[in-house]
Design a protein. Structure first.
Length: 145
């Protein structure tokens, strides 16, 4: 063990995160969710990538374009597999030991309703948070880059 490193620190360091979440850093709801997850990620199992950042490179994240990432929630597992929509939250919360909160979203019947509500939320998210349309955001992004 390196000098000065306590056993507890060594046990909580995770070299490669298990799940990388792509999030909209200009969305207040998204940022609150990310803050919660970061605060509870004691083992370094999660990584967060702000897709609204000018240095977001789709090629580094399974080719998920800015438009795709802004349209719905995406995450990548350590093995490169892409996870989408409510399943992202279910996995992320499980990894920070809060899985019980999202577990019911996988139950038959409940899953269909939750997935439907999420699709509506994803479609209306920008408008509900006072942002420009996805088309306008994509045009602005192209000008910035």
């Amino acid at each position: 063990m390196p000098q000065g490193m306590h056993l507890e620190q060594e046990m909580t360091v995770n070299v490669e995160p298990e799940l990388t979440l792509l999030f909209d850093g200009a969305c207040p709801f998204c940022c609150r969710e990310v803050s919660f997850l970061r605060a509870h990620d004691r083992h370094g199992r999660l990584n967060f990538v702000d897709i609204d950042s000018s240095d977001y490179e789709p090629e580094a994240f399974a080719g998920i374009s800015y438009r795709q990432a802004m349209g719905r929630m995406h995450a990548l597992r350590r093995n490169g597999e892409v996870v989408r929509d409510v399943a992202v939250f279910r996995e992320a919360y499980q990894l920070v030991d809060w899985g019980w909160l999202y577990a019911p979203t996988a139950w038959p019947g409940v899953a269909r309703v939750v997935d439907g509500v999420y699709k509506i939320w994803a479609r209306l998210r920008l408008r509900l948070t006072g942002r420009e349309s996805l088309d306008q955001l994509c045009r602005c992004r192209m000008k910035r880059l």
